[in-house]
Design a protein around this ligand. Structure first.
Ligand SMILES: C[S@@+](CC[C@H](N)C(=O)[O-])C[C@H]1O[C@@H](n2cnc3c(N)ncnc32)[C@H](O)[C@@H]1O
Ligand code: SF4
Length: 290
């Protein structure tokens, strides 16, 4: 099985078999993201996807979990995706979990009945990026997503019964828009009510447009204290039940659990970290490329 270009999967899918169904990302403009900058978006030939599925069957006697890559597989046509999912379900009758990456706008580009068909075929979870609920930040990062589109997409997925794991980025408002960024993000999350969330600390990726902006002084990185204050605001103001995957390797505190059950425990850790006054107020966050 030959993967084309750089390959990414969410860390929660570490035990999943990966099937490359599309190549790249159909947006590919987000200023912070270099995940798929090495290829143009393309839907793979279905025969090639089927060949990979059959080869996977020969390689693994038991496959419980599959994650479809690359960046936003849901951008592919519904009839193509249904054929791929059908092939997967017939090839791996023991399968328990099937997920993919999807932009929030990709839900909107389908009808709810198409999404229901995908859910009934076997797609249970989609990993989407919100990044920020702040319109100014969304424009600045060139996400091609508005706050109202984000809510609409998320609610369509919910109506169809597809679980959404929603990622977003602490620090994406920079030094001077931290408060607006987190307030608008929490407000939007409260409307979207994703079943799972993954708040991730901003990483300045080498070669990204964001890196150029940082070097040119157009984007001023937030302080460590601001990142902690953003997480504290999130925990204190989120009003829905969700799975909290705050344990990405770049986050200042790694915390994972059910929300709100773990809220007191999470807040205790954040407040302790804030009390230590990390790196003094003036220090910028340390970021690690991935
Ligand atoms: C493949 S995308 C998610 C699916 C889809 N492409 C989208 O953006 O909606 C992976 C996610 O990882 C996170 N991510 C990517 N680059 C990042 C960076 N430099 N710093 C922090 N988070 C990042 C973002 O939340 C992004 O949405
Ligand atoms: S964050 Fe998602 S939509 Fe944006 S460029 Fe990266 S993969 Fe594409």
């Amino acid at each position: 099985m030959q993967f084309v270009g750089k390959v990414y999967r969410p860390w929660m899918e570490a035990n999943s078999v990966l099937i490359q169904t599309t190549l790249g990302c159909s947006i590919n403009t987000c200023t912070f993201c270099t995940m798929f900058d090495d290829k143009r978006f393309k839907v793979r030939d279905i025969e090639d996807v089927f060949a990979d599925i059959e080869q996977t069957r020969r390689m693994y006697p038991v496959v419980k979990s599959i994650f479809l890559i690359d960046g936003n597989v849901l951008a592919a046509r519904t009839d193509f995706l249904l054929k791929v999912i059908d092939k997967i379900k017939h090839t791996f009758p023991e399968l328990e979990h099937l997920a993919m990456y999807s932009g929030l706008n990709d839900f909107r580009r389908k009808s709810v009945s198409e999404l229901v068909e995908l859910k009934q075929a076997g797609l249970d979870t989609a990993y989407s990026g919100l990044e920020s609920g702040d319109e100014v930040v969304l424009k600045r990062i060139k996400k091609h997503l508005t706050p109202s589109q984000a809510v609409e997409g998320a609610l369509m997925a919910k109506e169809a019964g597809i679980e959404v794991l929603q990622s977003f980025i602490f620090g994406l408002g920079g030094r001077y828009r931290s408060q607006q960024h987190i307030e608008a993000t929490v407000d939007l999350l409260n409307q979207m009510q994703p079943e799972q969330i993954a708040p991730m600390a901003l990483a300045v990726q080498p070669g990204s447009e964001l890196e150029r902006e940082v070097n040119a002084g157009e984007f001023v990185l937030p302080t460590e204290m601001q990142l902690l204050e953003e997480e504290k605001y999130l925990l204190e103001n989120m009003n829905f039940n969700t799975v909290y995957w705050g344990d990405h390797g770049n986050n200042m505190i790694q915390m994972r659990g059910m929300f709100p059950e773990s809220k007191p425990f999470f807040l205790k850790h954040v407040n302790e970290a804030i009390a230590k006054k990390p790196g003094a107020q003036e220090n910028v966050i340390q970021t690690f490329a991935w």
